[in-house]
Design a protein around this ligand. Structure first.
Ligand code: NAP
Length: 525
C-alpha cells in the first residue's frame, strides 16, 4: 500500500483576523502539522482578508501547510456566505500560496464553480483540491460509491468523507474504506461514537486528522483536543504496526484505564495504544462490536478491558465461541478482560478478584494462603462484592455479607456458602477484615460511610473499594481507630497490572499507574 503521512491539522475558527492570528500561534505552539483556515467563521469576510492571512502564515518562521475552507452553511459552515464569495476566497487563497483548498463535492458539480476552481488550480504551482462530502446525520448510503464518484469527477482531488457515527459500530465502514484504498484521502467519523476514528486515522493512513486547540474552538462534534491526542493517546508514536487495546464500556468518558495503560506502554516504549471504546446498547451491540473487530485482523486489536454494563456479555461471547474462560471468572459470572490470542481465539479473565486479593494481602502484609480461615465482613452484594466474595471463598476465608437489601445478600451468600445479615447487624460484627463494596462514600457523597464508627477497632484491617476519593470517610475513621487501611486505588491498580500482564506478558509499574490516577484526580479537582 502506498503510504503518505497523516497531517495533524488544527482548524482555525475565529471571527476576526486578530483572533485568527492568536489561534494560529497557539496551534503551532501545540504542535499542529497543518492548519485549516475555516474562513466561514470570519465576520465581514473578503477574499483580500484571506489572501493577507495566508501570506502571513506562509512567511512565518516555520510555515506549515494550509487548507483553506469556506464551508457552505448547508454542509456545516458557520456564516452563510454567497457561493461566488466562497469561490473567490478559495481562488485568492491559492494565489497567496495555500497548498490546499477544500470545496464541497455537492457544489463542485456546477459548471461555473468547477471552471473557476480548475483554472485557479492550474495556475497554482502546488495548490491541490480537497473535495469533501459530509453527512451530519449518520452513515453515507454507500461510502465506497461516494468515494468512487469523487475520484471519477476529479481524479486529482483528495476526497474527504466525514460522517456521524451514531454508534461505534458505524466506524467500521470508514476503517474499511481506508484499508481498501491508498494514496491521499481523508475519512473521519464525527460524534462520540467516532472518537477512535480521529486517533486511528494515523494508523490507517488518512491524509489528515483534525484536533482543536481547546474545547471552545472545536469545529466538529467529537473533535479531540491536540494536547489529549498527543499526550493521552500517544499520537506521535502511532504507526501502521501499532497494536490496539481498549476499554469497552458505557459510559466510558470518566474511565482512567486509557491514562494508566498508555502511561505504562509509553514507559516501556511499546508500540501499543489503549483507547476508550464507547459501546452503547446491550448484548447485541456488544457482540456486533467484537465481531467487527475480530473480522478485521488488520486493525490490530489484541485485547480489551470490559466494564459496566458488558461484563456478562463478554463472558457469554467467549463461551459461545468456544474460547477459554478462567475458572473463577465463570463462577463470578463476569469477564473484565478479553485477550485475542495468536490463533484469533478469545480468552476471558476476571482480574477484579485478583486485584482485590493482592490489595488485601499486601495491605495486611500476609500471603494468600494466610487468608484461609480469616473472618471477613463484606458490605454490599453487587458486582464488585460478587468478585471479591468469590475470590475470598476460593482461598477459604470465612465471609459474612452485610447488605442493605437483605434478600440480595442472602442470594449471594447461598452461592458461595457464606453467612449474611442486614446493615443493622454491622455493630455486632466480629471480623478481622472489613471490606466496603458499596458506593457509599464515593465522590461527591464524601461525608457518608457504610459502617458505624463504633465497629472499627484496633487490630482490624479496613479495605474500601471506593477509589474516589483515595481516602474515604470510612478509611479516615478506621485510621483514627488504629485499624490498618487499604484504599480502592490499590485494587484498581492491581487489577490493571494483572490486565497489563495478560495483554503484554510483562509487569507494569504499579507506581506509574497510581501516580497517573492521582494526577487525574487533582486535575479534575
Ligand atoms: P452495584 O453492583 O451497583 O452494587 C452496589 C452495592 O452498593 C449494592 O450492594 C447496594 O445495595 C449498595 N448500596 C448502594 N447505595 C447504598 C446506600 N446508599 N446504602 C447502602 N448500600 C448501598 O455496584 P458495584 O459494581 O458492585 O460497585 C460498587 C462500588 O465499588 C462502586 O461504587 C465503586 O466505588 C467500587 N469499585 C471499585 C473498583 C476498584 O477497582 N477499586 C472497581 C469497581 C468498582 P443494594 O443491594 O441494597 O442496592
Amino acid at each position: 500500500m502506498l503510504r503518505t503521512m497523516t497531517y495533524l491539522a488544527v482548524p482555525i475558527a475565529a471571527k476576526n483576523l486578530d483572533l485568527a492570528k492568536q489561534q494560529i500561534e497557539a496551534a503551532l505552539a501545540a504542535g499542529a502539522e497543518m492548519l485549516e483556515l475555516r474562513t466561514d467563521y470570519i465576520e465581514n469576510l473578503s477574499a483580500d482578508m484571506v489572501k493577507g492571512l495566508v501570506g502571513e502564515v506562509k512567511t512565518a518562521d516555520k510555515p506549515v501547510p494550509l487548507i483553506v475552507t469556506c464551508r457552505d452553511k448547508r454542509q456545516g459552515g458557520a456564516i452563510g456566505y454567497p457561493r461566488h464569495l466562497r469561490v473567490d476566497v478559495l481562488t485568492g487563497a491559492l494565489k497567496a500560496g495555500a497548498e490546499f483548498i477544500d470545496f464541497e463535492y455537492e457544489n463542485f458539480h456546477s459548471i461555473e464553480n468547477q471552471e473557476k476552481l480548475r483554472r485557479a488550480l492550474s495556475q497554482s504551482l502546488k495548490g491541490r483540491l480537497v473535495l469533501s462530502a459530509h453527512n451530519f446525520k449518520g452513515k453515507f448510503a454507500n461510502i465506497t460509491k461516494q468515494y468512487r464518484h469523487i475520484m471519477t469527477v476529479c481524479p486529482e482531488a483528495i476526497p474527504k468523507l466525514v460522517y456521524t457515527a451514531n454508534h461505534i459500530n458505524d466506524c467500521f465502514e470508514g476503517f474499511d474504506l481506508l484499508h481498501q484504498t491508498s494514496g491521499e484521502r481523508i475519512v473521519l467519523c464525527m460524534g462520540q461514537g467516532g472518537l477512535s476514528s480521529r486517533i486511528l486515522a494515523k494508523k490507517l493512513n488518512s491524509f489528515v486528522t483534525f484536533a482543536s486547540v481547546d474545547e471552545s474552538s472545536a469545529t466538529a462534534p467529537g473533535q479531540l483536543i491536540i494536547g489529549q491526542l498527543k499526550g493521552l493517546y500517544r499520537y506521535d508514536s502511532i504507526d501502521c504496526d501499532t497494536e490496539l487495546y481498549g476499554v469497552i464500556a458505557e459510559p466510558v468518558g470518566h474511565s482512567l484505564s486509557p491514562a494508566i495503560h498508555n502511561a505504562c506502554f509509553a514507559e516501556k516504549d511499546m508500540n501499543k495504544l489503549y483507547l476508550p471504546l464507547l459501546v452503547e446498547g446491550g448484548k447485541s451491540e456488544f457482540d456486533r462490536f467484537l465481531r467487527n473487530v475480530l473480522l478485521r485482523k488488520w486493525l490490530g486489536f489484541k485485547g480489551f478491558s470490559v466494564t459496566i454494563p458488558h461484563k456478562q456479555s463478554a463472558l457469554a461471547y467467549v463461551k459461545s465461541g468456544g474460547g477459554d474462560v478462567e475458572r473463577l471468572a465463570e463462577k463470578i459470572g463476569a469477564v473484565n478482560t478479553l485477550v485475542i490470542s495468536g490463533d484469533d481465539r478469545l480468552k476471558g479473565y476476571n482480574t477484579d478478584y485478583a486485584g482485590a486479593l493482592d490489595a488485601i494481602t499486601s495491605g495486611m502484609g500476609i500471603t494468600r494462603k494466610e487468608l484461609k480461615g480469616l473472618s471477613v465482613a463484606v458490605v454490599g452484594a453487587g458486582g464488585v462484592s460478587r468478585a471479591i466474595v468469590a475470590g475470598l471463598s476460593d482461598v477459604g476465608a470465612k465471609v459474612k455479607i452485610y447488605n442493605r437489601t437483605v434478600e440480595r445478600g442472602e442470594r449471594l451468600a447461598a452461592e458461595f456458602a457464606c453467612d449474611y445479615a442486614g446493615l443493622d447487624d454491622l455493630p455486632n460484627m466480629d471480623a478481622k477484615l472489613v471490606i466496603n463494596c458499596t458506593s457509599v462514600g464515593m465522590y461527591p457523597n464524601v461525608d457518608e460511610t457504610p459502617a458505624p464508627k463504633g465497629c472499627l477497632k484496633k487490630g482490624m484491617a479496613v479495605f474500601d473499594t471506593v477509589y474516589n476519593p483515595a481516602e474515604t470517610l470510612l478509611l479516615k475513621q478506621s485510621k483514627e481507630a488504629s485499624a490498618k487501611t487499604i484504599d480502592g486505588i490499590s485494587m484498581f491498580v492491581n487489577q490493571a497490572v494483572a490486565q497489563f500482564k495478560l495483554f503484554t506478558g510483562t509487569k507494569a509499574k504499579a507506581e506509574i499507574m497510581r501516580k497517573t490516577v492521582m494526577e487525574s484526580f487533582s486535575k479534575k479537582a
